[in-house]
Design a protein around this ligand. Sequence first.
Ligand code: 6PG
Length: 246
Amino acid sequence: MSAAAAQEFVRCARTALAARGRFMVALAGGSTPRRSYERLGVEPLRGQVDWNRLEFFWGDERAVPPDHRDSNYRMACEALLNGLALDPLRIHRMEGERADLDAAARDYEAELARAFGMAPSGEPPAFDLVMLGMGPDGHTASLFPHTAALRETTRWVVANPVPRLGTQRLTLTAPILNRAARVVFLVAGAEKAEALAEVLEGPADPARLPSQLIRPRPGGLVWIVDRLAAARLTRPLASPPTQPAT
Ligand code: 6PG
């Protein structure tokens, strides 16, 4: 699964770089993507991307400083970014450590607008790729069941209170996530099987299963899952291409 995800990343990056000379990607947090990020930082995949033309963003961040063990930023830096020696201006960190997370969300919107060369109040920017995970409760990014961020229709980034966790999270919202050219979910583990089957095959209930909110343009959504997570699916998912990324 991590190899398939890393190859999809490279394929998307090479397509965007060839077409527009840049690749704007929002990284997933949590633990599942770590192995995929590690694969990107070593051969044979490392040499297939002109890393200095990429810009990295995050789909969400915990309310912790960047060096905290729970930081999504820290995980991506350790697994990939530190080894690429990128221009720091190309790494757009969500400032989860700030006391005022609503201000941090608005500042991140402004940073997105600058990076994409857009007005901060218009249509959301379109990432070339968004990588997402999914929790056992069907959440994605920090769009947790029955939380306020699920109802956001205009803001690109919000501070989302998550009562179940007793904390707030910074998260991209459905409006910006759904503008992406490509959204790749990475889902692994038996504990996700029930939620995955409900999200993919059950009735629409996005308030309870926020991953159902993610509906980019047709053909823009890819699920890369392992056998354990797919165990409760009744319709088999297409197996990923096995040929190496071009
Ligand atoms: C986060 C992620 C979150 C994650 C899922 C799955 O900040 O935790 O953005 O949406 O992708 O919770 O997490 P695991 O990969 O650790 O199972």
